[in-house]
Design a protein around this ligand. Sequence first.
Ligand SMILES: Cc1cc2nc3c(=O)[nH]c(=O)nc-3n(C[C@H](O)[C@H](O)[C@H](O)COP(=O)(O)OP(=O)(O)OC[C@H]3O[C@@H](n4cnc5c(N)ncnc54)[C@H](O)[C@@H]3O)c2cc1C
Length: 385
Amino acid sequence: MFQVTMIGGGVMGAATACFLARDHGAAVTIIERDPSYARASSSLSLSSIRQQFSQPVNMALSRWSIDFLRRAADELAVPDDRPAIGLVEPGYLYLATEAGAATLREVHALQRAEGVDVALLSPAELAARFPWLAVDDLALGSLGLSGEGWFDGPALHRAFRRKAMACGARFVTADALGFETSGDRVTGVRCADGTRVAGDAFVIAAGAWSAPLGAALGFTLPVSAKKRDVFVLETPAALPGCPLVIDPSGFWFRTEGSLILAGGPPRGDDVDDAPLDRIDHGLFDDQLWPTLAARVPALEALRLRSAWAGYYEMNAFDHNGLAGRLPGWANAFTACGFSGHGMQQAPAVGHSMARLIAGLDAPLIDALTPQRLLHGRPLIEANVI
Ligand SMILES: Cc1cc2nc3c(=O)[nH]c(=O)nc-3n(C[C@H](O)[C@H](O)[C@H](O)COP(=O)(O)OP(=O)(O)OC[C@H]3O[C@@H](n4cnc5c(N)ncnc54)[C@H](O)[C@@H]3O)c2cc1C
């Protein structure tokens, strides 16, 4: 039986393992150093999905993934469970002032050409649709009409793990340190506890911590951990039909039941590995709250209930995932560096990675090949949150 050894059991590793075991009959071993996933991006994600990207590859991955998420209960059913992932589809709403309107129109044309179900709305149309929104300074809004929303990311991650295990995949708790190789082939993974895991193919899916593993194979993966804060807000205000709103300032908010989740780009230097317990409360007090209250006057009355932080697995080269064969190696692959959009892409990327490792074509992820790092050809995504 074809044996695949993966490093990292987050949503990317779990999805790839699931499709390998379910669809290709592979014997999969997943090496994961923290089975609580306490610091994994997959546990700390906002778990939202959008079609409004500027790169066709990202639009195609999200289209594939939303179809899969709608069928997740069937696709990922195990004998004692049909997983509920709580998908809702209220859309994303990108707002622009006059300064950003031309870009929004350009990206809209690209999206329409790819068949994305999105509409441009004037300030009057925005006010009619979302009466709680202040539109005076706005020139335009771009609203996703279908295929966009959010879901329970940890539930999806768990469902991939359970389905993978039901199809024979094995999770082992160990810290992968390096590799054993022979010519252009990897033959085993060396772990900190002295164990060695063999395989016919190997996958680095270690999220923000993938770079040292790439380096162990002589390949620079420009991926590091960038902390992002999420604020959980209580408000008596109701915002009917509220999509995930991206304000022209870069701040964003969405509802979660009766709560509001909000955040935005970090202040100051975006350093690597900032401690997750150091939430920047000044960001909320000085910038985020005033911005929210100006955009949604009813939010003047909001209260900060809690906050959390997680790491984006940021690909400094072009802020897009690296998925495919590792250059220079016949049987080593990676799926990492998804830079804040990996939860929504995990179904499509996991499915494609499994096909690639099984020796089949995987056109959906052709553009994400790590080879682009060597060719100096970045895949620039204009719509990064
Ligand atoms: C605040 C926040 C908001 C986000 N919002 C969204 C969103 O709205 N939509 C979206 O699509 N995405 C979002 N993301 C991004 C998304 O969560 C990630 O892209 C995705 O979870 C990455 O999954 P992963 O499996 O690659 O990494 P991870 O989930 O981090 O998993 C990597 C795993 O590898 C393990 N590991 C690392 N090194 C080793 C080693 N040497 N040996 C053994 N195990 C190892 C780690 O323990 C970890 O469990 C968000 C992320 C954050 C932090």
